[in-house]
Ligand binder design. Structure first.
Ligand code: NAP
Length: 330
């Protein structure tokens, strides 16, 4: 299904040369896939976006061989093992070890093969569990991360530190945006590993289709989260790629949060669900509030364009489109 990507920004002035070799890792995923489409739409013609079978970032030899062969000039390190609370609790080893390995291999190759500029995507999970809200960039490492996704958070924090060391020791140009929760085109709607917004879209759309009169959701619904549409995340990454050279982190979000209860009600209404919502308070809520302070980003001149209501409507349309074509796994 095609959607016009949200790109009001003028890419004609981009510092990325149109004929440069640009490597996007994680391109089978939501963010990487959207970035590749955006780059193509803007006339970048030499994009390499290998699937994991061709470039497995956990394997040093695979990364070495790939960089040797393709010699990328700009690299977007987006690949990661990503998942919701349940997936993080079930596989903390994988979330820490795989994510660490991918960054260690990816950054080492960027340095060794003289990549001009690298973007390393972080996450708002890097901030401490008891972080003052909204979360400012300088709150990094002022306390321990949220226990339910500690492995993922530690891997992202180590990645940022490694990027900073590469910048200091080798002069590498690295950009490190810290996005909030991302949703939208290309999300996978897999109930075991999906994120909150896409899993709620699936739950409510399926409840409607199956005539259910109640949906039970994890937690109390009081936790507050910030959501950014993937088109805005991609636009923000390209914006920062043009303006930053050093790995001092920049929050990438809308600066607006909602409670999970409010989010569920919005999605319930937009999907046409008429039943009731039950909350299973025996399940964890995760951090009480996660909202980014985006003043650095807005001062640089970037603001998000897709508001949450519109983004939810688009995601519901996309989910139904994929489901009707048998492209949603059971
Ligand atoms: N989604 C969010 O809410 C969110 C929020 C903050 C930050 N982020 C960050 O944004 C980035 C992209 O996330 P996403 O939501 O697009 O995730 P996603 O849809 O799960 O995509 C992850 C991508 O990483 C690839 N990958 C995983 N392990 C790999 C490996 N060993 N070698 C090569 N590729 C591998 C996956 O390939 P396969 O198809 O083979 O699995 C997939 O293409 C990640 O760095 C994530 O930490 C995401």
């Amino acid at each position: 299904m095609e959607h016009a990507l949200n790109f009001p920004r003028d890419m004609a002035q981009s510092t990325l040369e149109k004929n440069a070799v640009i490597l996007v890792t994680g391109a089978t995923g939501m963010v990487g896939g959207s970035l590749v489409r955006a780059l193509r739409d803007h006339g970048f013609s030499r994009i390499v976006s290998p699937p994991r079978a061709e470039l497995n970032l956990c394997e040093t030899s695979s990364v070495e061989t790939y960089f040797q062969r393709h010699r990328p000039e700009y690299v977007f390190l987006l690949a990661a093992k990503v998942g919701g609370i349940a997936a993080n609790i079930a596989d903390p080893v994988g979330f820490l070890a795989d994510n660490l390995q991918m960054t260690v291999n990816g950054l080492a190759a960027c340095q060794r093969f003289g990549v001009k500029k690298t973007l390393l995507l972080g996450s708002s999970c890097i901030y401490p569990c008891a972080c003052p809200q909204p979360m400012r960039e300088e709150y990094l490492l002022t306390g321990p991360p949220e226990p339910t996704n500690e492995g993922y958070a530690l891997a992202k924090i180590a990645a940022l530190k490694l990027a900073a060391y590469y910048h200091r020791q080798y002069g590498m140009q690295i950009v490190c945006p810290m996005p909030c929760n991302i949703y939208g085109t290309g999300d996978h709607f897999d109930l075991q590993r999906s994120h909150v917004l896409s899993s709620l879209v699936r739950r409510f759309c399926d409840a409607c289709a199956n005539g259910l009169d109640a949906v039970t959701l994890w937690g109390t619904g009081t936790a507050r989260r910030e959501f950014m549409h993937v088109d805005d995340v991609v636009a923000g990454m390209l914006f920062l790629m043009d303006r930053k050279n050093a790995p001092d982190i920049v929050n990438l979000g809308t600066g607006v949060d909602v409670s999970i209860r409010q989010l569920a009600e919005k999605i319930s209404q937009a999907s046409g669900f008429q039943g009731i919502i039950n909350w299973d308070a025996t399940k964890p809520d995760g951090m009480a509030r996660k909202c980014l302070d985006c003043s650095q980003l807005t001062t640089l001149g970037f603001t998000a364009q897709v508001n949450l209501d519109l983004g939810i409507e688009r995601t519901i349309v996309e989910y139904k489109y994929l489901k009707d074509r048998g492209k949603i796994a059971a």
